[in-house]
Design a protein around this ligand. Structure first.
Ligand code: ADP
Length: 270
């Protein structure tokens, strides 16, 4: 996708030479396409709950004399409003993450703390779904990063693992360290992810089974938020899966050395 600019110069002077300019537009075209798709997806995703809110509002008036109906419609309105709030929140998070290549002020963080916070946020959901959370920490594991962003990333993986767990399923969360890499692994005993979808689950709005996933209340943005957060931290996120047995999502981050990367620079004193 290269545009060639061709010109002939110096013709009037009798000398002729050809000026050839090549500009590669591939990357900017691709980004334009990604942006267009994102906006088209957002519009599509927002239309469903907004449409539902409109219909429910119309249905309320004629149902005014029936308190049961009013209660049902009010509950549905609440559900749609929560969905809209979650969707807009995640869209904003994702566009912020995409706009930033790297973190502003990374801090030295205890990975144990990050994982513990993400686990705590998921305990109610695990209890409600009859899922057991099992975790193994690593006291010395440290990374440079943004604590709030990393907690969201680990939270999203645990929350998915719970959502897709069978009743009485177990979700394991482990931290390990090897060769300067910290690994956070989240394992479930859910339906697994078919090979052809393993890359695609990290795309915005992608859901394996649209109908089933919609019932789980998901937005299809959770894993792309994980991917962008981890990329901004100089790491990567991967998935291993066996269909019918379960999945393991792994976040890999560079281990922080004991000394901070940036420190005060002392000028020599004479
Ligand atoms: P959602 O909000 O729909 O969960 P995600 O981006 O977090 O969005 O995930 C995208 C899709 O990947 C999900 O809709 C689901 O189909 C699939 N998925 C994510 N995590 C798991 C998992 N642990 N087990 C099986 N499928 C999963």
């Amino acid at each position: 996708d290269v545009v060639l600019h061709l010109g002939v110069r110096g013709a009037r002077l009798g000398t002729r030479y050809v000026l050839l300019l090549a500009t590669d537009h591939t990357e900017s075209r691709r980004l334009d396409e990604v942006r267009r798709d994102f906006i088209a997806n957002i519009s599509h995703e927002l239309k469903t709950p907004i449409g539902a809110v409109g219909l429910l509002a119309e249905a309320l008036e004629p149902a005014a004399d029936d308190p049961d109906q009013v209660r049902r419609f009010a509950a549905r309105l609440g559900t749609e409003a929560s969905r809209l709030a979650r969707l807009t929140g995640e869209i904003i998070d994702l566009s912020r993450l995409q706009a930033a290549d790297a973190l502003n002020q990374p801090e030295l963080l205890d990975v144990d703390r990050v994982v513990a916070a993400a686990l705590d946020q998921n305990r109610v959901a695990a209890d409600a779904g009859g899922v057991t959370l099992v975790s193994a920490g690593d006291e010395g594991a440290r990374v440079y990063g943004d604590e709030a962003l990393l907690v969201v990333a680990v939270h999203n993986l645990i929350s998915n693992a719970i959502t897709y767990s069978p009743p009485r399923g177990r979700v394991g969360v482990g931290i390990s360290r090897k060769n300067g890499v910290i690994e956070i692994a989240v394992t479930d005993q859910g339906p697994g992810i078919p090979e052809e979808d393993r890359e695609r689950v990290f795309e915005r709005f992608f859901r394996i089974d649209q109908a089933r996933s919609r019932n789980t209340g998901g937005t299809g943005l959770g894993l792309s938020i994980v991917k962008h957060t981890i990329q901004n931290h100089g790491g990567e996120v991967k998935v291993w899966s066996l269909v019918g047995k379960g999945s393991t999502f792994t976040i890999r981050l560079p281990e922080a050395s004991e000394k901070p990367l940036t420190g005060q620079i002392r000028l020599p004193v004479d």
